[in-house]
Design a binder for this molecule. Structure first.
Ligand code: SF4
Length: 289
């Protein structure tokens, strides 16, 4: 991947961004790879040399890398940081690097650091749950140790003290530790098998130049169309609806108007997957919907 420096950031930061911190060790798949959509992975592998990203857009991934270094330095007694584990699944090797493990009464607690926004933290995060449970499975298989809990340590990028004071459902501190459901090992094993099969199938399709398995609505981060009821002279919406009839009815009642906020496939249109220009699914609809 080519890293550009369109905003003239200092050379040291640019050099840091240009260095690859990602490694999946001696494995065929990493945990992050198998939980992500197969179409994205195939396209990234195929077009890696032609992909481009500006250093200014890499702020959070750079800070993520920095956090891992800092966390290793501050390692508390009895804590294991950044351990990479490998397990053979049929004919492939799966690996994952776990941010933090510590022990309580003979059982392991797994914690992963995530930079996120206050809004994202309040949405469902099935990929976090899957990732942490695969780590738990790796710990059980590679180290033969039981896992007691899986957690996320969320670092909230846009945390606001003011919002925290006025909203009950807003995170009350910029760092939140969130307990995720721990799956039975059989469920995780079946999930891993299913994901590896999907990725293997996508690779074969790519080799034979067949259509790739499409990304689902969840994969594409679909944002639904909403209907905002507004009034002249007021900047913010009076209320936002997920359907037009209800919005129209309120707009008539208060003599306002309805502003349609068109939904979109955010991951595709914002090119958060990095491969939208090579993606037939996106190009065929252009807006990814
Ligand atoms: S552009 Fe959208 S559909 Fe295509 S690979 Fe990226 S996320 Fe998937």
């Amino acid at each position: 991947m080519k890293i550009t420096n369109k905003h003239n950031v200092p050379a040291t930061l640019f050099a840091l961004a240009s260095r690859s911190y990602y490694s999946k060790g001696k494995s065929d798949y990493s945990v992050t790879e198998i939980i992500s959509p197969p179409q994205i992975q195939v396209l990234r592998r195929k077009h890696w040399q032609d992909m481009e990203q500006d250093v200014a857009d890499m702020l959070w991934s750079l800070l993520g890398s920095a956090l891992h270094v800092v966390a290793e330095r501050g390692q508390a007694e009895g804590h294991t940081t950044e351990e990479r584990l490998h397990v053979q699944v049929d004919d492939v090797v799966l690996s994952g690097a776990i941010d933090l493990q510590h022990e309580e009464n003979g059982e392991i607690i797994i914690t992963d650091y995530k930079f996120t926004s206050a809004w994202a933290l309040r949405q469902d995060k099935p990929e976090w749950e899957a990732q942490q449970n695969i780590y738990a499975w790796l710990v059980s298989k590679a180290k033969g140790r039981p896992v007691k809990a899986v957690r996320i340590c969320a670092l909230i990028r846009d945390w606001s003290r003011r919002e925290a004071a006025i909203k009950l459902d807003y995170p009350q501190a910029p760092i939140q530790v969130i307990e995720l459901p721990l799956w039975p090992l059989e469920k995780t094993q079946a999930y891993i098998q299913e994901r590896i099969d999907l990725h293997r199938d996508a690779k074969v399709r790519a080799d034979f130049e067949e259509d790739l398995p499409p990304c689902s609505e969840d994969d594409r981060w679909i944002r639904e169309t909403t209907y905002a009821v507004k009034k002249e002279g007021r900047k913010t919406a009076v209320r936002v609806f997920d359907n037009e009839p209800d919005a129209k009815s309120l707009a008539d009642e208060i003599k306002g108007f309805v502003e349609i906020r068109k939904g979109e496939a955010v991951r595709c249109t914002g090119n958060f997957c990095g491969v939208n220009k090579w993606c037939k699914q996106y190009q065929s609809t252009f807006i990814g919907g």
